[in-house]
Design a protein around this ligand. Structure first.
Ligand SMILES: Nc1ncnc2c1ncn2[C@@H]1O[C@H](COP(=O)(O)OP(=O)(O)OP(=O)(O)O)[C@@H](O)[C@H]1O
Length: 608
């Protein structure tokens, strides 16, 4: 396996870092908008708290300055304290307001964040569910989704980071304002002291983001490897085929590759941290030096110097917070930008088919010179197929592996839209029809079907029960010969079919397949498609299913894809596919006597 992750798209490779930064305000606006929609009152409370924090910081400093005069004066101690008392009370009150608003701000943030994260997470899941199925085959789609997942994770920190950033900014402005009043040189000096830290933090965020991107594809494959290696579903295959070491080797190899990239960047981040600390330290020493010089030379009074010390400390702390949280917001915005890009991409790939309703009952489905090519492939999987299906008919589709049978079923159901030609249902082109109106009339048993970790009942009804009792569920269960097996389950239809979960039961492969068939039958669809429906069933089960399909075929169009050519006897019409084209078609008897590929394949299967 030489997985290279070549399809991971690094936006830093495509656009400049500066261009990326220019998108940040839009990303921040979007988050603010989402927070606002999530909980307006909490957002307002958050803003009010920031304002209160800022004001109390200013009041605190001003009152400190007022208290310093009497405290550092020449009067007796008692008188000094009495004179300073009102200002000290204000200092204490302002301190109290700061603490209170910090606590309330945290409360507001906690009200917003979980719901905001859930909203973005749900939006991501919905975006993936809603794209045209064809998007899944586009190279890099899954990697971009992985990158967007990081955005969802980061949303969690976004409100906290921006709240802290805003509050530090307000504190910095107010404390800085007071400091500038005390002495105009102090503020620029302080700004110089923290600027290197700010630049360093942004540079470090950039390095982190680059590594994150370099690792996206590997992380995606690592996640899949983890699932394949650990899911009980494939436990037998993994163990009995001695694949554990292989999987663990690749899991470690992918993890090591990620670690190597991360470690390789460590010297860069160390350099950034050292240089920014050095520059910051130098400027800070200069700031304190200037303050000491101003006090010693009598250019500012001792009381003012004492206030300046407090103001410098406050401004410095606020400035550092501005820098740290600003960089965090910036860092997070980069990931949110990816999330936004994925949402935009997914929206562009959402179905744009038109809103026409398919007329029911579905009397006729027609394919006119239909062709489909998967993205990145150099050959059509279905290459110019014309076919007419009528209600009451059973069509069997046969052909060697890879000849395009499953792709054809996807085109007939409209899961994929034809690249060329058209598929019409009762004259309505699927490209113009509302997919929901089409899919409410289809029942599909795909080759690889889901074994839903739900109760037996929901595995039949798919969570869309029709009647008030289980009558119709049992009817569908009977139709596939599963009554006995379901009755033997610990809780009958209520049994959870998930071995991994406490109280869950497990079915055999053939039983699962029967249940998948009963699921399609329960829907009583106008178009029933069964793609290799009986590959895991015993002969009695297989016979029963085909009998049933025949018995209910009058009301619908039925398509059966199968490699067991004997089963095509029930079909009114058989088509044989080769390289995406229909090369033979007719009834069972005509094809058997035509001496073509169908007759050949049938002979081979009988000779075995
Ligand atoms: N999701 C996909 N992305 C890209 N190529 C695909 C995809 N699914 C199928 N193909 C390609 O399209 C061609 C037809 O595949 P299809 O699954 O329709 O064949 P099939 O006749 O159903 O085969 P089988 O008998 O093995 O089920 C094959 O060459 C296959 O590689």
């Amino acid at each position: 396996m030489a997985y290279s992750g070549q399809y991971a798209v690094n936006p830093l490779g495509e656009v400049s870092f500066r261009a990326l930064c220019t998108q940040l305000p839009a990303v921040l606006r979007r988050i603010a908008g989402m927070a606002w929609r999530t909980d307006r009152r909490a957002v307002l409370l958050l803003l009010a708290c920031q304002l209160a924090t800022g004001l109390s910081a200013a009041v605190l400093l001003a009152a400190t300055a007022r208290a310093m005069h009497p405290l550092l004066g020449d009067a007796p101690v008692g008188q000094r304290l009495r004179e300073a008392l009102p200002a000290l009370v204000v200092v204490a009150a302002a301190g109290g307001v700061t603490r209170l608003s910090a606590a309330l701000a945290e409360y507001a943030e906690r009200r917003i964040t979980p719901r905001l994260t859930t909203a973005t997470d749900t939006a991501l899941v919905e975006a993936v569910c809603r794209v045209e199925a064809a998007a899944y085959a586009v190279d890099g789609f899954s990697d971009r989704q992985e990158a967007a997942e990081m955005g969802v994770t980061r949303t969690h920190f976004m409100v906290m980071d921006s709240q802290r950033f805003l509050s530090a900014l307000i504190r910095m402005v107010t404390a800085g304002g007071v400091l500038s009043v005390l002495n105009p040189v102090m503020l620029p000096l302080l700004l110089l002291a923290v600027a290197p830290a700010g630049i360093g933090a942004v540079l470090a965020a950039r390095v982190d983001y680059e590594i994150h991107y370099a690792n996206v594809a590997d992380r995606n494959v690592r996640g899949m490897t983890r699932w394949w290696a650990t899911t009980p579903k494939y436990g037998d295959e993994v163990r009995a085929n001695g694949m554990t070491d292989y999987l663990l080797y690749w899991y470690r190899a992918l993890s090591d590759r990620e670690d190597r990239r991360t470690l390789a960047a460590a010297p860069r981040t160390l350099r950034i941290a050292l240089l920014s600390s050095l520059a910051g330290g130098a400027f800070l020493t200069l700031t304190w030096g200037v303050l000491a010089w101003l006090a010693v030379t009598g250019r500012i009074a001792p009381a003012l110097a004492a206030t300046a010390v407090v103001a410098v400390q406050t401004t410095l702390a606020a400035l550092s917070q501005v820098v740290v949280n600003g960089a965090a917001v910036f860092h997070t915005s980069l990931y949110l930008g990816d999330m936004q890009a994925f949402f935009d991409d997914a929206a562009a790939r959402a179905p744009k088919r038109g809103a026409r309703e398919v007329r029911t009952p579905v009397e006729e489905i027609r394919l006119e010179e239909v062709a489909y090519r998967y993205p990145g492939k150099d050959r059509d999987a279905v290459a110019g197929v014309s076919l007419t299906l009528r209600r009451g008919e059973i069509l069997a589709v046969v052909g060697v592996n890879g000849s395009g049978k499953s792709t054809l079923t996807r085109l007939i159901t409209g899961v994929y839209l034809a690249g060329k030609g058209r598929v019409t249902w009762n004259g309505t082109d699927l490209a113009e029809a509302d997919p929901a109106s089409v899919w409410s009339n289809t029942g599909l048993v795909p080759q690889i079907f889901a074994q839903w970790p739900l109760r037996a009942r929901e595995n039949v009804t798919l969570g869309q029960p029709r009647g008030h009792d289980d009558g119709e569920v049992w009817e569908a269960v009977d139709a596939v010969g599963m009554r006995e097996a379901v009755e033997e389950l610990p809780a009958g239809l209520d049994t959870l079919l998930a071995r991994e979960i406490f109280g869950g039961a497990e079915l055999s492969g053939g039983q699962w397949q029967r249940l998948a068939c009963s699921r399609a039958l329960y829907r009583r669809p106008a178009l029933l498609i069964l793609d290799e429906p009986t590959s895991q069933m015993d002969p009695r089960g297989e016979h029963g299913i085909f009998e049933r399909i025949k018995a209910i075929s009058a009301d619908r169009i039925t398509i059966v894809v199968t490699h067991r050519l004997e089963n095509t006897r029930i079909a009114d019409h058989i088509v044989l596919m080769e390289h995406g084209r229909i090369t033979e078609s007719g009834t069972y008897d005509t094809l058997v006597h035509a001496g073509g590929t169908f007759a050949d394949l049938l002979r081979l299967s009988q000779e075995r």
